[in-house]
Design a protein around this ligand. Structure first.
Ligand code: TXA
Ligand code: MG
Length: 322
């Protein structure tokens, strides 16, 4: 076993916090059965305590012990996509703590597809509650350095698993009700979920009955203002803002021109590459203290749907307190 993993297991056992690499984004992990440790996650993130956390486990059998019932749809999706970027919402077993579920009668479960995460989960033997390792409403971390930069003083150990392969969060599918619902587009494409289930799955965007911070308006936001702009409109829009004396960044495919003075971040190639680069690019925009970022949207298919969702939320109006 890696020495770092040993250290991380010890940290979890004594109620500490671990920066945890996964294939999607880095998590801020704690022993899911330790209420005090779980409460510390909320304090460090500045996250409202009624917003539930995902419990990460090493194996589907571990997930089942935390569910009050395990519907056929859960079985099909777990078999198809675990380990992987999919979170299943199921009715929770009574042993799952209120601190984790925010008092709801369901729990989010996921087996991540990352060798270090799986090694840690196996060695620890329990569930690890982990939201993305960023402050509430901000951009998720996709490298160990991002976690250290943002939460370094408050995390007991950060496991470095390299840059995240997927780059956006897991797809969340609620299978606790009569028909499966997509709560958050993510690393597993909606089309793949629908193919596995043999049915269409509704995307729940602004459901009032779901307390998911990933569904509130402003989220995943950099400090810079963000606008989603079509490729054709981007050059003129960038020129207009430059003329106002604003420092402009652009997230653009290679072929899209930008006026001189715009800081270009090319989101080369396919939607998967866009997803992988998205959060690191938004961090880079902030590091360079640019004022606004104009982002060309990807297609609304495959993992592109998750990128589009994050861009729209990053572009949403922000509360004055943030
Ligand atoms: O890829 C991911 O899912 C990453 C990595 C670390 O696993 N985690 C992540 O966690 O994105 P977080 O807390 O940033 O987002 C989890 C989302 C939240 O929107 C939360 O409200 C929702 O999952 N969620 C968790 N449990 C839920 C439940 N019982 N019912 C509805 N939504 C739930
Ligand atoms: Mg998050």
């Amino acid at each position: 076993m890696h020495d770092d993993v040993k250290r991380a297991v010890a940290v979890l056992q004594r109620g500490g916090l671990v920066g945890l690499p996964t294939e999607t984004v880095y998590g801020l992990g704690a022993d899911a059965s330790n209420e005090l440790a779980v409460r510390r996650i909320f304090a460090v993130k500045g996250r409202p305590s009624n917003h539930p956390l995902i419990v990460h486990v090493a194996h589907v059998d571990e997930a089942k012990t935390r569910a009050a019932s395990w519907p056929e749809a859960a079985e099909v999706l777990a078999r198809a996509f675990w380990p992987g970027p999919l979170t299943l919402i199921v009715r929770r077993a009574p042993t799952v703590s209120d601190a984790v579920t925010g008092g709801q009668d369901t729990v989010g479960l996921r087996v991540p597809d990352h060798p270090l995460a799986l090694e840690l989960l196996r060695a620890f033997g329990g569930g690890v509650a982990a939201p993305s390792a960023n402050r509430y409403g901000k951009v998720s971390p996709t490298t160990a350095q991002h976690v250290i930069d943002e939460l370094g003083n408050e995390v007991d150990v950060v496991l470095d698993g390299g840059p995240c392969r997927v780059g956006v969060e897991s797809t969340i599918v609620d299978v606790s009700g009569p028909s499966p619902r997509l709560l958050r587009p993510g690393g597993v494409p909606r089309e793949a979920i629908e193919r596995a289930l043999g049915r269409t799955v509704a995307l729940v965007t602004e459901a009032a009955d779901v307390r998911a911070p990933g569904l509130v308006a402003s989220h995943y936001a950099p400090r810079a203002g963000l606008w989603v702009v079509d490729a054709e409109a981007l050059p003129a829009e960038a020129a207009r803002r430059l003329a106002q004396g604003v420092q402009v960044a652009a997230l653009v495919p290679a072929g899209v021109p930008t006026p001189p003075g715009v800081v270009r971040f090319e989101v080369a190639g396919d939607d998967a590459a866009y997803a992988r680069a998205l959060y690191a690019t938004l961090r880079a925009v902030d590091e360079r203290s640019l004022d606004v970022v104009l982002a060309v949207p990807p297609s609304a298919t495959g993992v592109g749907l998750a990128v589009l969702d994050r861009l729209r939320r990053a572009a949403a109006p922000r509360p004055a307190t943030r």
